[in-house]
Design a protein around this ligand. Structure first.
Ligand code: TXA
Ligand code: MG
Length: 415
């Protein structure tokens, strides 16, 4: 070997040595950081500066965050990812609601999620990925329709139920089913966190079971402070209701197991046919022979405020408003603290009442964004008797009515 190539060899050796010791230092640092993070209370990282905000015209805000804020936010994401790698739980924003993430391969981590939420163990968790490559080794088969749905709606509020590869995930994630719900969220923080953690994240909504899902990091704190490793605050979520959960048949039929952010009308653009899981259209308790829902979570009462909520439906808005006003007056007279959930178009009809507006009836994305926050407000304000208007179950109205009826324990007043 020439002198020159000897020198090169030595240099390369030094370099490899240096790289190895740096790697060791990094590992040691990460290990120490993991220990430090693990031993403390629920961490809070403000990462709002990493979320582009668009104004009503759809233009991305040019709000200038200072460099320090950005550096701190970047560090926050790295720390959150380390916490996840250490088997802890971290709440993070998605475009639907905040999720409570854990390494989907670790039974211990996933059990922490169930414990923190007080979630029934027969209710499987959705697995979140940041790259379609992560499907390999995770799901056994993706038929043409499922593939077309992914192409059309990912990243986005659509969860696909697919056959799971045995042993790819903790069996606690799938609750023993041979399928797994997978989605790729459309949120910069969620995508970066999953990529940085380097593992698929099992993440149910980050609320205590039965409470409204969180649309603000503050909601997560109210429900789970001290019970989870950390919270990434990315500001308010966009859609406000959870993802649509679907199963795609080999014949091109798409079955909706839970209505959500992607509407039946949007799915119809890809599917040969769109059908609702029959269990979604029956009122629990009304029919003893009713089928069990294919999405196990749909059988639980959910999102319920502490006060007694009923949904009012009638032939005209005038009749609904009149009936609600009279019922609220009667309830107040017997000492109830009352409130009404109303659409903007009708809010003026409830002058003098405690009104929480759901936005415009002809812009139901507003009701989707506001519903959970409003249900939480009812609790904060100590309201005991609540009546809500309803909307047509079309487009996003389908998901809004699904959640509203569940929050009301299916108490409907039909005029
Ligand atoms: O938007 C969302 O989907 C949010 C965010 C955080 O991504 N997540 C969410 O997760 O809503 P969770 O756990 O609150 O609701 C998951 C729903 C439940 O109704 C569950 O039964 C259903 O998805 N699900 C999960 N895996 C399933 C499977 N293999 N088969 C049928 N349903 C499944
Ligand atoms: Mg949930």
């Amino acid at each position: 070997m020439s002198d020159k190539s000897n020198q090169m060899q030595d240099l390369r050796g030094d370099f490899v040595q240096k790289e190895k010791s740096e790697q060791k230092l990094d590992e040691q640092e990460n290990c120490e950081l993991k220990q430090a993070l693990k031993s403390s209370h629920t961490q809070w990282w403000d990462v709002r500066c990493l979320v582009p905000v668009s104004n009503t015209d759809g233009d991305v805000s040019d709000e200038i965050w200072d460099e320090q804020t950005r550096i701190a936010a970047e560090k926050g994401i790295r720390e959150a990812a380390l916490l996840l790698q250490a088997g802890e739980t971290v709440a993070f924003p998605t475009e639907t609601v905040y999720g409570l993430g854990a390494d989907a391969r670790s039974t211990k981590a996933v059990e922490t999620v169930f414990a923190a939420k007080g979630r029934p163990s027969d209710n499987p968790l959705i697995v979140h990925i940041s790259d379609a490559d992560q499907l390999e080794g995770l799901v056994a088969e993706i038929n043409d329709t499922a593939r077309a749905l992914m192409n059309m709606f990912w990243p986005g509020p659509l969860t696909l139920v697919l056959p799971v590869v045995p042993q790819a995930l903790s069996s606690r994630v799938t609750a023993g089913l041979d399928t797994v719900g997978v989605r790729m969220p459309d949120h910069p923080i969620a995508l970066r966190l999953i990529a940085e953690a380097g593992c698929p994240l099992a993440a149910p909504s980050a609320n205590r079971s039965g409470r409204p899902s969180p649309t603000l990091a503050q909601h997560v704190r109210e429900d789970l402070e001290g019970r989870i490793g950390g919270i990434l605050d990315g500001g308010p979520t966009g859609v406000g209701l959870e993802s649509t959960v679907v199963q795609a048949g080999d014949d091109g039929t798409v079955t909706i197991l839970r209505p959500g952010g992607v509407t039946a009308e949007q799915l119809a653009a890809v599917a040969r046919a769109v059908v609702l899981d029959p269990a979604l259209t029956v009122t629990p308790g009304e029919d003893a022979d009713s089928p069990a829902p294919r999405s196990p979570g749909m059988k639980y009462t959910h999102y319920a405020p502490r006060g007694r909520l009923s949904v009012v439906q009638g032939p005209s808005s005038v009749e609904v408003t009149g009936w609600i006003r009279a019922a609220l007056a009667e309830a107040s007279a017997r000492g109830e603290r009352t409130a009404v959930l109303a659409f903007d178009e009708h809010a003026a009809g409830y002058a003098g009442e405690r009104v929480y507006t759901l936005g415009k009836l002809d812009a139901l994305h507003e009701a989707a964004q506001r519903l959970y926050g409003v249900l939480r407000r009812c609790d904060e304000d100590g309201v005991t008797y609540i009546l809500s208007e309803s909307c047509p179950p079309k487009g996003l109205g389908d998901a809004v009515m699904n959640r509203l009826l569940k929050a009301a324990g299916h108490r409907i007043v039909r005029l």
